[in-house]
Design a protein. Sequence first.
Lengths: 493, 390
Amino acid sequence: MPAPDVALIARKAEIVRALSRIVPGEGVIGHADGLVPFQSDGLSAYRQTPLAVVLPETTEQVSAVLAWCQANGVKVVPRGAGTSLSGGALPLQDGVVLGMAKFNRVLEIDLENRCAVVQPGVTNLAITDAVQADGFYYAPDPSSQIACTIGGNVAENSGGVHCLKYGLTTNNVLGCELVLMSGEVVRLGGKGFDAAGYDLMGVVTGSEGLLGVVTEVTVRLLPTPQMARALLLGFASVEAAGAVVGDIIAAGVIPAGLEMMDNPAIRAAEAFVGAGYPTEAAALLIVELDGPEAECAELAGHVRAIANARGATSIQVSQSEAERLAFWAGRKAAFPAVGRIAADYYCMDGTIPRRQLPHVLTRITEMAQSYGLGVANVFHAGDGNLHPLILYDADKSGELEKAEAFGADILKLCVAVGGVLTGEHGVGVEKRDLMGEMFNETDLACQQRVKCAFDPDLLLNPGKVFPRLHRCAELGRVHVHRGQVAFPELPRF
Amino acid sequence: MLKDALKSERPTTPVEVLELVADAGAAGRALEIIGGGTKRSIGAVTGAAAVLSLAKLDKVVDYAPEELVLTAQAGARLSDLEQLVAAEGQMLPFEPPHLTGLLGSRGEPTLGGVLAANLSGPRRIRAGAARDHFLGFEAVTGRGEAVKAGGKVVKNVTGYDLSKLMAGSWGTLAVLTEVTIKVLPAGRTELTLLFFGLDDSRACELMAKAMNAPVELSGAAHLPTRTAARKPLKGEMAVTALRLEGFEASVAARTEALIAALKSFGRAEQLDAEHSREFWTQVREVEAFRGDKRPLWRISVAPASGWRVGEALSGDALYDWAGGLIWLLSQDDPAKVRGVVHALGGHTACYRGEGSGFEPVVGSLAALSARVKAAFDPNGVLNPGRMAKS
């Protein structure tokens, strides 16, 4: 992280007083005990006590807090529920955490236009809860959906097991109210299908809290599918399971969910929840189909035939809603299940072209052996998003460092085979220093200039996403003269 | 035309694009950026010293149907790509309109052009827009720098999602040289239900009801009486159309459910797959409004408010996207058109006629948009005047 500003830390009392004038009552936390719960997010290996926490309740307060912080050079880290798996909400020693938890109201449900206007602190699942009696739901379903907030989902462009068919957050939000670091309030998008001017909503989504603070979100609602049916398919090899995934898509079927688990993940999940998984299988696929009953039945027939043709060792089709949920129970409990077989685990999040799966899993197994660590793989197979869970013991000296090095090697491998560093968890602090694997200096400078357009003093969530923050004035220079571009030594295409 | 007198550059490699943009920047000259040049009349560029055409950067770089990903150079022709993916039983999910007939333009629309314009057809209501399928790109910014962003896989959150920013920026931020999009399997079959004689408000009500049913509607359009009477439909009554796509058994089941849910709107007629395809091509291309000399507006509002636009303004309307997209032929004062649409929370673009172009964004959003423009193209090398003052 950037070196903390000691002079600023010395001004703590003054900062807390000033913020308390903007957000009175219990709105500002400055004493050490109160700051403990904010020390880390879902990436708990990283911890830092912030200077203070401010918990505003209105857009006006957010605007005033940000304007004051900008005027006084105080860094700000926005935070929803703190469930980020990449350290997106990791505090700064010399920065204020802006907690959005009090923005917890559903403001409007507009079924005529199939959208809801909600405050950013509303949890992902609470949106569905608010509309399901009317036959609607909000599609993106990150696994932390009972806790994570929609504001955090916008910041991280969160996915979930159903995003192959229904898209990520960015495909399911229509508009937002955004407060810039200057305190200016802008409205992006709306209830219509497209907005005037540049698609700033699109670039704010997934910007990891570096561009602005969302104070209101308009999300798209979908009618709840009539039913869903799941198939549980066991295979003797990862290659066979991977081939089935390709065959299903080649047959024109886009399942609502298409998950894969390898043998260590299957065994851990089965031991934990007893979902009825075939523990001898090398790979397990969960294929979920949704829609009218006739569609589920027809597609289940296609999937079954494909699995048989590839020599599936077991095929189960859910016959009831309870059975479908049981099939999912093991997958949904995969992370805590792995937590039972190892002291600690470290979850990675690369995406690869699916055809590279057998190669990548073989290499991961080899790397695990050379690092002397265990690994279990769960995989959003439909969209190529891999979640290797690296098993380690933080109490053993050097194991965390080994796990991190192993994780970095996996992500480098993902990029090397044509994939990306992160499919849904975000870059945050975790993968920040790996950005150079995917992007050269020119690419990163281009992204940072967008940051400068929103936050020229680089006060909003600094230390995340970019390996190095260049001053905006420096980036603003045009490095072109008679076709002589900057960094001529770097490859361009 | 003065424009056609401009020097035209047709680079054949991304490096040549880089050199042309860098040279123009160094010399303080502006460039008009085109793909096939079919949408040049919308928001005309002013003050460009030369035209930079991507038409010769037209190769398919990689198409892996089982990965649902297609990478092509920006000048790849849309119709070629449509054929390429159709041969694998796939489609460009956002059903991009070509609009050559509507705009009376020659040439072939390109993938880069349709992404830069973020143009999407009737399936937008279900599958999303061009921007939703735009996974990554390589481009040359107005600074004369070659950059890449996004990726070549369907799920990626690494770095800012600059593809979204490129979509709908009409070439004012960077010159796309290579783009990657998500493709999807095409529906095995399709079927359209037609309802007749509904007024605009009742039609919007019907479309909302259909959209709110769990039937995965992939098209919802309304042609009021005068629009339906024009070529190519030449109908006698207003037509409201709903499209279903997918596997045969599923389409049949959803058709039945939809008919039952919409009984109160009268008897529905069915179009089989072939006629359905023909009908939706006509809607996508706004064929009813070809060759009309009146100003043509493209209006975006919340779908349930669509009919109010037609009610408040004179002229002829065609409603797509369940009422959320209105094509309007109208001789009303442009200020009146914009005023009505703004009052409904929407926005306009004038695609044909005097004052053709986009409306400027206003307030603090305008300042922010200007800073974003400056981040990519501080000296205004790319497409000056194309997106108003933003």
